[in-house]
Design a binder for this molecule. Structure first.
Ligand SMILES: [Zn+2]
Length: 308
């Protein structure tokens, strides 16, 4: 079998003050470290703020995005920052095939902005129409991404926290991705996914081919008990396998290639090697100690090679 494909979850440290240079450097960095599916490295501030620039109903107040009214996409999807960044990558690296663009999912985006402040239109943070409106605004963006031949990854870390209306929240992800080529659509949920039936709910998604979970960090170790070959095959899903922690504090804490290979073996033992879409670090690495990021990526790649 060919070696496992590798990718990141998206975010990396900022490379340059100039955004376009920063994205180009992020691409070069990922190539240097042997990654197969590349991302823009989330070089625009955090994963939330740029939505305020393009969404009516979201604005930034003293540095934090809040809900200011009814949410909708302002302008055309191709004008959205992440789509612009994708076009920049396409223009400057025409030879690159596999690019993945991560966008924040409706629950994570709505909870992050709405928990700070809701100025008008929505009753409160549990008003489901807030999340429906975000999903409607995200749909044309997801389409613009796959229309440009890229993979789209919906980031929904908040879903692991458990919600009474989890089913409806997960179904919003199908709404966003309706009609898109499912082999290009993934959902990333980090943290512990073993509670509240999160995995089963996600497996029921129709328009998503790949579910990406973390297995290497301390709180994610037990995720392995909640995935199986049968459930992935029955649901026609592939697994994005988080196989190295992104939270080491010093070099000796970075998982070694041997540990990564052992983790992948454990995961493959549960879901089947052929059901692993790709190996990736547990989560984004914006908050990871900058000096350790190259070591994490090199050890991951060496671990993938060792796994064979
Ligand atoms: Zn994550």
């Amino acid at each position: 079998m060919p070696r496992l494909t590798t990718t990141t979850i998206g975010s990396l440290f900022r490379f340059d003050d100039d955004l376009q240079k920063s994205i180009s450097k992020a691409i070069a960095f990922q190539r240097e470290h042997g990654l197969d599916i590349l991302s823009d490295g989330e070089q625009r501030t955090d994963m939330i703020s740029y939505f305020a620039e393009s969404f009516d109903g979201l604005r930034v107040e003293s540095g934090t995005p809040v809900v200011s009214g009814r949410i909708s996409l302002r302008g055309k999807p191709e004008e959205f920052s992440k789509v612009q960044d994708l076009e920049h990558i396409r223009r400057s690296h025409p030879h690159l095939k596999d690019i993945k663009v991560a966008i924040t999912g409706p629950t994570t985006l709505g909870m992050t902005c709405g928990s700070r402040k809701i100025v008008s239109h929505y009753k409160n943070i549990v008003d489901f129409s807030l999340y429906q409106d975000i999903a409607s605004a995200l749909a044309p963006i997801a389409k613009a991404i796959t229309d440009r031949g890229a993979f789209v990854q919906l980031d929904e870390p908040f879903l692991s926290q458990g919600y009474k209306d989890l089913r409806e929240r997960v179904e919003l992800l199908d709404l966003i991705t309706e009609g898109l080529p499912r082999e290009r659509v993934s959902v990333h949920v980090c943290g512990f996914v073993g509670g509240n039936g999160v995995v089963d709910r996600l497996l029921a998604l129709e328009n998503v081919s790949t579910l990406s979970f973390a297995f290497a960090g301390r709180t994610e170790l037990r995720n392995i008990e909640h995935v199986s070959r049968k459930q992935f095959e029955d649901a026609d899903k592939q697994l994005g396998a988080g196989c190295i922690s992104v939270t080491p504090l010093s070099e000796p804490e970075v998982h070694t290639p041997t540990q990564v290979a052992a983790k992948l073996k454990e995961i493959a033992g549960k879901v089947g090697r052929e059901n692993i879409a790709y190996a990736h670090p547990d989560c984004g690495m914006r908050a990871t100690n900058k000096s350790l990021v190259p070591i994490i990526l090199d050890n991951m790649r060496a671990g993938v090679d060792l796994f064979g």
